[in-house]
Structure formats: structure tokens, C-alpha cells
Write a protein that binds this ligand. Structure first.
Ligand code: ATP
Ligand code: MG
Length: 400
């Protein structure tokens, strides 16, 4: 019965003069999402709203599923398109719609009309009154309640056709990706960082990612897992440039030269420095991590202070105040959880000390980093020179 979808915006609706910029980005994101759905669609921006209209047969479930992964959509309204706008025809379709969409349910309702075709012989209040009457006549079990209706039945008469809708399917909310700049996600194979990337992207931020790989201590399977996670979040974020840094030499060198209980912190400081370097050359305005206060020794306030100190770009930590279970809930919802819990080693866990410092002193850490001076610059340069870059999309094929 449905051939179109009216898209209700999330926060874009409250933007002022720049609103059209957000709308255009959202329209493009919707087009991209529907590229992979069976059927041809036309995405139209018209008088402050976006309509998706199917031009051919299409798969309803797949379409809804694709639209439910686009940030910036607050709700999706499946819509009936009535090409012949004569009033009798519209009324018949409206009644058919009520019959099929509600299948004998009893409810209170109100008709809301919008007439952008000003040459149409009925005004909006007339459309409401006449359609309301017709519905009551056909379905005597229903009642009108203009103040607090359970259902609002919308009729829009536009240039090319009339449209009827009333149901709303929830979207993700947020802002369309590409409306708020770009950030570099430190993506490990864990549960947290994919969720962190998803959350920042939901605010309209484009995402690139960096993974620190330590072969042979971390296997190809561990790398595959990170690529798989990037693919899973790219369903929402769009294409991700995933940078893979060979971190082995740096890690071994720190292990050799620095106190073992400070290894994790010093290593994380080098990760941040390298990530920042990549971020700047990829025109990112920030870094993203999956850190959460107190989750592990390297995420106490003192440890975060020490890691943060080497960055000049802002570091976004959307999970900072989240409990693990709350993070797991999101991971399950966005379908990264099962991949994250695959048991492959992580470069942080390999050389990890039995008793890592939980309250590192920045001055002491910096002094110990002084032990690295001769070769570390060279190693960082080599790591950056040998970086591998993958363009990750949901359809990408990558297997080892
Ligand atoms: P996650 O579940 O995301 O792995 P975690 O709880 O294991 O996080 P840590 O290992 O302390 O926490 O890492 C904290 C953050 O540092 C991660 O969320 C991620 O952003 C970044 N990070 C850690 N290891 C790596 C890595 N090998 N490559 C890229 N980023 C990493
Ligand atoms: Mg981790």
C-alpha cells in the first residue's frame, strides 16, 4: 500500500538559516543508504521536508531498515501516494488507508491537512472537516478528538499528488554524517571504541580510524576483527579510512627502556601522539577514544591526565561516564558486540604489567620517556611511513 516515506528530521528542524545545508546532507545520506536497497527511489526535498518515493517495486522491510540507520532521521512515515487528486478519489484512498493501517482497531483521531497546491478547490480546514466526516461515516466505531487524539491522520495535497500518512517508525535521531567535521577514532578490537565512534558519528561527525597492530604478538585474526568492527560501524558512519600502524618496535622499545608498571601509560601516550599526527594530516578536528573513568588502571583520572597531556587536538570520550553494561547494551544494538568479544589478543594486553600504575605522575612519566629519546623519533617516523590504509565500507571484502 505504501509507495513513499515522509522523513521527519531530528534536530535539523531547529536550525536557522543554515538549515538547508543540513537538509542537503541528510538527503545525500538517505540516497546513499538506499543505493543498496532493492528498487529505485527518488529523494525529494520540498517545502521543509524530505520525501522518499519509490519509482519501482521495492522491498519495504529493507527500505525501513536502511532508513533506520541514517543519523538525522527522527521518524519515518510510510505514506500512500494518490495521483488522481479528485476529492472522491482522495476520500476513497483515505478510507482504504484507515482500513488497512488499523485493521478494525478503535481509537480517537484528528485529520490534519496541508495544501501546498493552492489551486486545489478545497482549503486545508475544508479537507480536514470533509475527510473527518467521511472516516466517521465509514468507521462508526471511531471518534474525533481534536485536542488529544490517539492518532493523527495527515493529508497533504501537493502539485503532483496527494499523500496520506499517520504511522511513525522511529529513526536514530542525531545529525547527518558530514554536518559536523571529522575525527580520528582510536579503534581497538574491544567493546568500547566501536561504540564511541558510533556515538560521535551520531552527532554528524565523519570518522576515520587508527588501529595499533603489534605483529607477531597480535595476530592477523586480531587485525581482521578490527576491520570487521570498522565495517559494522561504517553502516552508520559511511566510509572509514582505517589506518593500521605497526606498533611492535615502539612497544618493544618502551618495554626495554621504561619501568614496566608505566608501560601501558607510556604506550598510550605514543598511540595518542601518532593518532594526532594522522588526524592532522587527514584534516580531522579531534580524536575519539572508548575510555571510561576508572574502567582499568589506564583510565583513572590521573592516567587520563597523563595520556591527554600529549595531545593538542580535543579528545572526545563519549563513554567517559558510562558503566560497562550501558556500553554493552549499545554494542548489542549496533551489532558490534559479538565481534568485539571474539577472543583475540590486543596489543595493550600483551606486555601488560601485573600491577600497572593507577596514579601516574606526569613529571615522572615524562622523565622516563626521556630514556627513549635516541630512537623513538625514528621509530615513530617509520611507523607513520609504513602505515597501511584501508577504505572500509559495509560491502568491502577483506579476508585473510
Ligand atoms: P576497548 O574495549 O575499546 O578496547 P578498553 O576498555 O580495552 O577499550 P584500553 O585498552 O585501555 O580500554 O583502551 C582505551 C582506548 O584506547 C580504547 O577504547 C581505544 O580507543 C584506544 N585503544 C586501545 N588499544 C588500541 C589499539 N590497539 N588500537 C587503537 N586504539 C586503541
Ligand atoms: Mg582495548
Amino acid at each position: 500500500m505504501y509507495r513513499a516515506f515522509l522523513i521527519k528530521y531530528a534536530e535539523i528542524g531547529i536550525k536557522g538559516k543554515n538549515r538547508y545545508i543540513f537538509e542537503n546532507i541528510l538527503r545525500d545520506r538517505i540516497k546513499a543508504a538506499l543505493d543498496h536497497v532493492e528498487g529505485d527511489f527518488c529523494v525529494i526535498k520540498e517545502s521543509g521536508r524530505i520525501f522518499v518515493e519509490a519509482q519501482t517495486e521495492f522491498d519495504y522491510e529493507e527500505t525501513i531498515d536502511a532508513l533506520q540507520k541514517v543519523f538525522g532521521i527522527w521518524a519515518i512515515c510510510p505514506t500512500v501516494v494518490i495521483e488522481d487528486k479528485t476529492w472522491e478519489n482522495i476520500v476513497n484512498h483515505v478510507c482504504d488507508y484507515v482500513r488497512q493501517a488499523y485493521q478494525g482497531e478503535t481509537f480517537t483521531f484528528k485529520v490534519k491537512a496541508k495544501r501546498s497546491d493552492k489551486s486545489y478547490p478545497l482549503t486545508s480546514p475544508e479537507i480536514c472537516a470533509k475527510a473527518g466526516e467521511a472516516i466517521l461515516e465509514r468507521f462508526p466505531e471511531l471518534t474525533v478528538n481534536v485536542r488529544e487524539p490517539q492518532e493523527r491522520i495527515y493529508i497533504e495535497v501537493r502539485g503532483s499528488a496527494a499523500y496520506v500518512y499517520s504511522k511513525m517508525i522511529h529513526g536514530l535521531g542525531g545529525m547527518p554524517v558530514g554536518s559536523s567535521g571529522k575525527a580520528m577514532l582510536l579503534l581497538s578490537g574491544g567493546i568500547d571504541s566501536p561504540v564511541a565512534g558510533y556515538m560521535i558519528s551520531k552527532r554528524g561527525v565523519e570518522i576515520d580510524a587508527v588501529y595499533f597492530h603489534a605483529p607477531p604478538y597480535t595476530s592477523d585474526r586480531a587485525k581482521q576483527k578490527v576491520v570487521d568492527l570498522a565495517k559494522k560501524i561504517s553502516v552508520y558512519t559511511g566510509k572509514i579510512h582505517l589506518y593500521i600502524i605497526n606498533f611492535t618496535d615502539i612497544q618493544m622499545y618502551i618495554y626495554e627502556k621504561c619501568p614496566h608498571d608505566e608501560l601501558t601509560i607510556i604506550m598510550r601516550r605514543y598511540m595518542m601522539r601518532i593518532a594526532e599526527h594522522l588526524a592532522k594530516s587527514a584534516s580531522c578536528q579531534g580524536l575519539i577514544t572508548g575510555e571510561s573513568i576508572g574502567q582499568v588502571a589506564s583510565q583513572t583520572m590521573q592516567s587520563l591526565l597523563a595520556t591527554n597531556a600529549v595531545c593538542t587536538l580535543p579528545v572526545y570520550r563519549p563513554l567517559i561516564a558510562f558503566d560497562k553494561q550501558d556500553i554493552v547494551d549499545i554494542a548489542e544494538r549496533i551489532d558490534t558486540y559479538e565481534t568485539s568479544i571474539q577472543p583475540f589478543e590486543d596489543c595493550c594486553t600483551i606486555f601488560v604489567a601485573k600491577h600497572p600504575v593507577t596514579k601516574p605522575n606526569i613529571n615522572i612519566i615524562a622523565r622516563h620517556e626521556g630514556n627513549l629519546k635516541e630512537e623513538i623519533e625514528e621509530m615513530v617516523k617509520k611507523a607513520l611511513d609504513t602505515v597501511e590504509m584501508l577504505e572500509v565500507t559495509p560491502e568491502m571484502e577483506y579476508g585473510i
